[in-house]
Design a protein around this ligand. Structure first.
Ligand code: AVJ
Length: 320
């Protein structure tokens, strides 16, 4: 633990991200205040998210894995062998091996904004799939990027599991789908997970679990602000809240001030009245119709859709 390399790595990993500071300061200046959900995922936040996926109330992860297992013969049939698989997010070590085992890919291209994360997961997959060429790309996949030359003429399959698309409001989701289309090209396929509309009580429970893990995940954003941006946010004064917004078909997570609060971030003063909230996440839920509509607005035609028996979650295969 005391080698200079280790010290350097530790420095690199704790250096504040200027985009995080901007995201927080711009977000808190909005009315009502809202901070983009992508800033949940520092080291602590990623670990809390992993814990969320094991909660009894949080059905999406295990349901999507179940669909991947059950539908894989049909997925493999629809996709065919020899594809370059472009894995957006590249974090789901429970899901990616199911896909790579099922479809006989030609090569694997994990894409992630975090080089550290990317190398760690590529290392695991290299051992698990010896002989499969892996070409990681460190990029912000919300913008088009160049695929590695090794992709060549292989037909492409984008993989975007987890209903991560649901964290984006529709205009941003459409932009992202169009950007995938730019990167992958006409004729490419996209396998995308999308969570379904269901009983609001179940949805709220999935985002406000009895053990309080999601509450810790939400409040970790404030702790991260204090850690990385020299914030003085009184974390204990904010309550976690999950609300079903029926008209916009989404779960919203909020941090609600339990009293009048004043704090500083990066030397700037902020104040919030009791009852005011910071909106920290949207998680859109889709019907069969709205998922098709969103994909088609993004330039993708749905070819197949699979769900679990209860219809809680869906996996769609679309063509550019
Ligand atoms: C899996 C990242 C899309 O919206 O369900 C889980 C994240 N937030 N609990 C989701 C999340 C609160 C999540 N994503």
């Amino acid at each position: 633990g005391n080698s200079p390399e280790y010290a350097l790595l530790a420095t690199v990993e704790t250096r504040p991200d200027p985009a995080f500071a901007k995201g927080v300061l711009d977000g808190l200046a909005q009315d009502p205040p809202a901070i983009p959900a992508r800033w949940f995922y520092d080291e602590a936040g990623s670990q809390l998210f992993d814990a969320i996926t094991d909660l009894p109330e949080y059905y999406p992860t295990r349901t999507e894995i179940g669909i991947l297992e059950t539908a894989m013969p049909e997925i493999a049939d629809a996709v065919g062998p020899g594809r370059a698989v472009v894995d957006y997010g590249a974090g789901s070590l429970a899901k990616t091996p199911l896909l790579l085992d099922g479809i006989e890919p030609a090569l694997y291209v994990p894409v992630d904004i975090s080089g550290v994360h990317l190398r760690a997961s590529a290392e695991v997959l290299e051992k698990r799939f010896p002989g499969l060429p892996i070409e990681p790309v460190e990029a912000d996949f919300t913008r088009p990027f160049d695929l590695p030359a090794e992709v060549g003429d292989h037909p492409r399959l984008g993989f975007f599991p987890g209903s991560t698309i649901g964290n984006l409001v529709p205009p941003s989701a459409v932009d992202l789908l169009r950007s995938f289309r730019r990167t992958l090209g006409t004729g490419a396929l996209l396998l995308i997970g999308m969570d379904r509309v269901k009983d609001p009580a179940r949805l709220v429970a999935a985002y406000d679990d009895a053990a309080g893990v999601t509450a810790r995940f939400n409040r970790n954003l404030l702790e991260r602000i204090n850690r990385e941006l020299g914030g003085t946010v009184p974390v204990e004064a904010f309550a976690h809240e999950a609300r079903w917004n029926a008209s916009l078909s989404r779960i919203e997570m909020h941090l609600v001030a339990q009293r009048d609060v004043r704090f500083e971030i990066d030397g700037r003063p902020f104040q919030m009245a009791e009852g005011a909230s910071i909106h920290t996440e949207n998680s859109h839920k889709y019907t069969p119709e709205s998922s098709q509509l969103l994909l088609s607005a993004g330039g993708w035609t749905v070819r197949r859709a699979w769900t679990d028996p209860a219809g809680d979650f869906s996996l769609l295969l679309a063509r550019a």
